[in-house]
Design a protein around this ligand. Structure first.
Ligand code: HEM
Length: 88
């Protein structure tokens, strides 16, 4: 992922502005290069803890669509669901 793919040309027009101030609606994950999220390792640990505990906390959690139905986003350079409907 590059800054260009995160925010497009609009982001490049204001390269020093923070993401919230930059005109972008694109997916940014943890940012990149000089804009890399300093909290990314902590956030990854927290997310790992959440998704590890989730089956125990919500045992009936399951996909609300057939397993081969969730669509992937084509507009980002890595695997990302467009949506992931679940039910419990
Ligand atoms: C899923 C959770 C998180 C996401 C998706 C996320 C995403 C981001 C993104 C995209 C940026 C770059 C912003 C920019 O382009 O200006 C950023 C920056 C930053 N994030 Fe996070 N973040 C998360 C969690 C955290 C946590 C838990 C912390 C701190 C404990 C944190 C601290 C920071 C800091 C300090 C920066 C600024 C880094 C710099 O400019 O040098 N973030 N984050």
């Amino acid at each position: 992922m590059s800054r260009g793919s995160c925010g497009g040309q609009a982001a490049l027009r204001r390269p020093t502005a923070r993401a919230a101030a930059r005109p972008t609606a694109g997916h940014r994950a943890f940012g990149h290069g000089p804009y890399l999220c300093l909290g990314a390792p902590q956030a990854r640990l927290e997310l790992q803890a959440v998704f590890t505990a989730l089956p125990r906390l919500v045992p009936d959690l399951r996909l609300a669509v057939p397993a081969d139905d969730p669509r992937l986003r084509a507009d980002v350079g890595h695997t990302a669901f467009a949506e992931l409907p679940v039910t419990w």
